[in-house]
Design a protein around this ligand. Sequence first.
Ligand SMILES: [Zn+2]
Length: 406
Amino acid sequence: MTVSRLLLLICMAAASLFAESPTPPAPKPHVVVIGVNGMEWDIIRPLLLQGEMPNLAKLIHEGVYGKLRTLPAPNCPKVYTTIATSTPPEQNGITGFLVGGITANTNMLKEEPLWSVLSKHGITVGMANVPATFPVLPVNGYMVSGMLTRGKNCEDGVLCAPKLSEVEGGDAVYPRSMVAELEKNVGDFYIDCARMPSADELKGKEAEVVNAWLAKVQTIREQQTKLFDYLLTNHPTDFTMMVQSCEDRVGHWLYPIQPFNAGYNPKVNSVRVNAFPDQYRALDKVLGTILRHTDDNTYVFIVSDHGIKPLREFEEDPHMHMDHGGTTPVIAKHDFADGDDVPGSLIVVGPNIKHDVRLMGLQASVFDIAPTILHIYGIPQPPQMKGHVLTEIFLKPGTAAVAMEH
Ligand SMILES: [Zn+2]
């Protein structure tokens, strides 16, 4: 036997060995989406410069970042549903907090959300506190609802929050069997941020009410962090989406404005001038907790539905200022007719994402998030989705899913 024939036999033996051993399935991409309600660059930029948001700064440096074009008169339920379905509110059915006088809910949803498309393609899905996901719908994993969950002391579900044990009118957790597990391991947590105090509640005891309300917000954030950490530790999924919403709520009535701004009331607005920036300092710590569950092969998306700006009396109908609930004296808002005034935010890092690249102008929109995430999983974009894949953020466009396998 010649040496070359021997080598050939060895090669054939090796080839048959490989052919007979089952090929392990390629790992599915790992995507974590962290949603922030009303993230405002005007407030975040100085915090980044001062080194007070180290986790967000790191993501920005390592990935692609920029503003995200939002909808006209943006608010949380309609923008998050557009993010999920890549369709406009008139088409997907969720046009605001209320639709035909009824609190927006998933029974009104007319287009298939991202998590449902992913589930059908065998991707495991985990979701917590995503707005407008109540009552929860089945997914290939778990779902804990968020903003617009109804229950005790929050019967309409609008900008208030029941505790898990107080939910009424539908399921807040899928699968239902997970409720007992969460109550045992996380506790009886608030599903969403607290309702803002009314003008009547504030009158005469402003400082006391501001401080008590901010303390409750901090409690809710601690509960959310514990929930996120528990879910990421004990129920890891291919696709995970978790949303924070207290930032926006604080900004509406405690935005750090000047005395010349519309609505300034020193009795309220001088009590805790750092309340709103403090929300982002706290958000960065939540980010740190979530990022402990990610690695270099994880795609991390930070997505915000809109920004928030002080009121502009000169061009707004003063009666429009009560855009959150209607009784709180708000001093900042986001439902400006032109959504470009309050763009959202997008930061993406991942194994096939460009580094330290800024998306200029408003080239990325809320419609593009779902198609881009589907692209990472190699799932074709459903025809009803109006956005496009953000090919410009990828190092190798068209190979996002493959890039995981190196
Ligand atoms: Zn808001």
